[in-house]
Design a protein around this ligand. Sequence first.
Ligand code: ADE
Length: 251
Amino acid sequence: MTIAILSALAEEQHGLVDAMDGLQTLRHVGRDFWRGRLHGHEVVCALSGIGKVAAATTTAALVERFGVRAVVFTGVAGGLGPGVNVGDVVVARQFLQHDMDASPIFPRWELPGYGRSALASDGAMTDALAGAAAGAVQAGMAEAFASACVHQGLIVSGDQFVGSHQASDRLRGELQAAGHSPLAVEMEGAAVAQVCLDYGVPFAAMRTISDRADDSAHVDFALFVRTVASRYAQRVVSDFLRFWPAQADAH
Ligand code: ADE
């Protein structure tokens, strides 16, 4: 049973790919896929690409071409929820496409044909990922973010980098008015969740918060990715694979 490790950033996968046994690199649909064994599992590592369509193509290829039966995603996101700060980790329980709007034919944010706007992550995989994330945060892997914590809840995705107070206030306000409480915003997760739902493949995702989706929180993005996000991603994914029983991949 093969598990896909999907990352937004190459830096998040370097260490994992280097640690794989029997590594094979395959090129397919304009992407590299790294296949091998890691901590007792058959795994395929790939980069999602940026945006919903790129991530959907990569996910469909992982299922169709590489036969993966579980998908784990790591990446960075902008913090939207109160108290979701730079350096924190958000583990997704639900995903929503914040730029889906087929109103008035369908309610705003509803996925036409799916009868709902939010898609759930896999419970057991998400529990395991949250446990691994808590371990990494408690281990104080990022000295600069000593008070970092792990949040669990709704991640929203759209084909837009949210980079101003106005944009993040509006996004949060509109979603909250409709009863949604977004913790973080990024550009891929909800698309991967939809493809995984279509194929009946369980999916879990974690995002390290790199910014507050506004114009005030200044973080050196490249430095953040190299020193914080990549270290979290590698440790969390390794611990997830160590704790995730090989026979459970099929559940
Ligand atoms: N990924 C990281 N930060 C983000 C932001 N502010 N908006 C969208 N995707 C992101």
